[in-house]
Design a protein around this ligand. Sequence first.
Ligand SMILES: NC(=O)c1ccc[n+]([C@@H]2O[C@H](COP(=O)([O-])OP(=O)(O)OC[C@H]3O[C@@H](n4cnc5c(N)ncnc54)[C@H](O)[C@@H]3O)[C@@H](O)[C@H]2O)c1
Length: 459
Amino acid sequence: MKIVVAGTGFVGLTHAAVLAENGHEVHAYDIDLAKIGAYASGDRERIEHYVNEPGLVEVIGETLGRYLFFVGPDAVDAALEGVEAIFMAPPTPPNLDGSTDMTAYRAVAAFLAERLARRADPSQRVVIVNKSTVPIGTVRMLQGILTEHGAANVGAASNPEFLPEGNAVEKSRRPDRIVVGADDAADFEILRRVYPQFHHHVRIGYIETTPETAEAIKYVANTLLLTYISFWNGIGARLGETFGEIDMEDLKRGVTADDRISTWGSYVSNGAGGSCFGKDIQSLMYQFRSHGQPYHLLQAVYDINEFQKSYLLDRAVHEAGFNFNNRSVALLGLAFKKHTNDMRDSSALKVVEGLLARGVREVRAYDPLANAEAARWFDPARNHLFERISYWPSAVEAIQGTDALFISTDWEEFRGLGEVIARTVAPPYLIVDGRRMLGDVDRLVAKGYQVLPVGGKLR
Ligand SMILES: NC(=O)c1ccc[n+]([C@@H]2O[C@H](COP(=O)([O-])OP(=O)(O)OC[C@H]3O[C@@H](n4cnc5c(N)ncnc54)[C@H](O)[C@@H]3O)[C@@H](O)[C@H]2O)c1
């Protein structure tokens, strides 16, 4: 099938590449020409500058120029000729009041509607499919935009994306489910042909429903995942920090042995970041608020997650008596989670803000993938205090000469940090473990280091 994907960020690029891998002719469209140029080069470094996902460069390399094409606004008309499905994957960031900023979405929708209204052969059915996470009712809004522009025989559908960053390609190849929300039988049929390998799959649920249900599934799924995380952070972490004898690992194993209880999310941390959880829960709260509905549970889940991101700095001051003023602190982990360079809503942003607000002299940062991305976020032209941040190619170099360190991302390599710390910096030294990565805490404590873990007492 001929398919267009509009918006080639994490979602659009991965989706386009995996559709191409499945033998569709995919034209991936973006207004960002530098991005399009980088993807079309097939060059690993240039692609990963934008989207760094395991296996993605390989899929692009295998399909580029045969099944996968990258186009800017100039080449869209040709790409739309004979197209059957158009996936919408522009950004839908939060506004300050939590509502969804639909500017990019509306711009793409109007741009496409205008072109589809004057296509050569309107007898062929086309469906525009929302992949971006958009408020409930957006398919109806899209139908309105299409009607307004006189785009005939063009359907609107919802097919939300559930891919987790860091494992995006694998999850696109083998998703847990495909959700399609539409009104028209012809649109359901087009999507079945987009995903023939998933329709009637023995394990992968293929759910056809109303557009509103499909849109709601995405919000409910994401807020439930964040609820698990906030449950463990709000209850598990507080228990471990109150009663020193509680073993967090045993607590988790004991509770989640019940197969009605999710093991996913049953960990304590300095909060969950990423481009979706925080924005989606804020959007759902806004959608409830604007319909006069209460949303106490969502507010609590959101507040707990935000609290977790920086409260360890307060514990460092109040429990460990650590004075951050004029001190040097290593920050290990910048991305919002391992296996990605994505900094959006990363807990590390709050940690850096908190460290600078407490007057640290320098932040020596290290992340296996996100150093360059972080340097863009912390641009000294925006805030001169960001000059205090330096980036290092390894944990050991970041730690050198510091008075404390903060672990903010769950990169596996941080599990071995105990040895590195003992070789590199002498006590007194404070280790704030926001991800419970350190395994050899007893040895460190015996040598005189202070360890302050999330979900545990200061040692
Ligand atoms: N990142 C995730 O893990 C994830 C998972 C599921 C759903 N989503 C949702 O998918 C959507 C996209 O997320 P993302 O992380 O890929 O965003 P992104 O910011 O990485 O990518 C969006 C892309 O859209 C392009 N764009 C912006 N305006 C455009 C326009 N007018 N015309 C064409 N292209 C335009 C941008 O240049 C960019 O390349 C969001 O709604 C998000 O909530 C994201």
